[in-house]
Design a protein around this ligand. Sequence first.
Ligand code: ATP
Length: 440
Amino acid sequence: MRWCFSDDLEVAQAADRESALTALRRMEPDVVTLDLGLPPDPGGASEGFSLLEDILRLSPQSKVIVVTGREDKENAVKAIGMGACDFYQKPLDADILTFVVNRAFRIAELEKENRELSQHRNGTSIKGIVAASPQMLAICRTLEKVAPTDVTTLIIGETGTGKELLARALHDLGHRRAKPFAAINCAAIPENLLESELFGFEKGSFTGATQSKKGKIENANGGTLFLDEIGDMPMSLQAKLLRFLQERVVDRVGSLKPIPVDVRVVCATHQDVRQLIDQGTFREDLYYRISEITLDVPALRERDGDALVIAQSLLKSLGRQMDRPNLSYTEDAICAISSYHWPGNVREMINKVKRATIMADGKRVTALDLELKQDSLVDDNQLNLRQVRETAERQAILQALQSCNFNMAQASRLLGVTRPTLYNLTDKYRIGAPETTSGA
Ligand SMILES: Nc1ncnc2c1ncn2[C@@H]1O[C@H](COP(=O)(O)OP(=O)(O)OP(=O)(O)O)[C@@H](O)[C@H]1O
């Protein structure tokens, strides 16, 4: 069989279950050909089936072709039922074997592509939100549960993480979607104007109030009121807002007649409200009122895989808008996007991708087009791929050693490395058997 395979295939041979498993761990092959007749049961198929089970468990992505005797249809069918990809009946025919093996490689390749694509797929169907990370998908699931209710929701997270987007999604997925969504940024309006902006005013209540005007809260009647940067709301207005949240009536400036208003309230802030309470700039009772449910939106750098998915989606949409469709990222751009810290989160990414869409020569967007220079990437305090790899490697070695009671030969087989390699690695990570370390 070995001679049938072309030279560009890397082939490992194994004569029994143990050596097959060692080779499997070491190579993680795309394709395995497995003769069911293995020692100590070369005439039967029991050892072959056990090994098939092991292979499928340890390396589920490997495509296994079982090799059976001429008339052994029953075992071939059983192997396919267990998860083998194909079977090949002896005697050997080089052309047919090559055909079967090539087809298995093609399936492995397609499955790999499929896995990669699904990793980069948008995992939520909430309009406007692109996400694939478990962290954001969990937030989206919570949001879908909260949206049909009227509970007051507080969304916290760094600037540009998508707090307003989530607030709109809460509105759009709820029963108030046909009614107004009124947003007000408490940090952007001067203190003396914020009260009349929120609660409205009566004619003549102050100089220039030539006619009565409804405030944002009244305008949102039936819909959703979004109070952005609630942490910046002046103390003087917090009491009035609390009264509104408790009584659901507004008192326009200059009026003593309370007006009932039915709105759902969603608040957001990038600040640590607990800290504001400790500093005495935010009322604790108001905090409890606005945070019946809290959505804590993680920063982009904390979401596994989101940066790339969002960057791809932005390149598509901005490319379309700017009449530059079919742009794609170079490999260095992809690395830069994944490792950059994104202090301004998605908003910063939008700016960078917009710039790159304009600046890119040809169809490829580079790290330079994105203005993600090497020195703006990972600093010492952040995780990088090497650190992640080393942490995982150390953990796996420790686990293997512990499960074999620190027997180096067994652990090296389990890990699919040679014994000298394992010694090197235990030196590198300063892993010693318990008695060695405790005596040190
Ligand atoms: N997951 C996401 N998918 C697609 N676009 C996103 C996502 N998150 C944020 N955005 C986009 O990023 C921009 C900033 O989002 P948004 O205004 O909601 O952030 P924010 O947290 O409210 O920011 P700030 O605290 O500065 O007000 C918006 O254009 C928004 O559409």
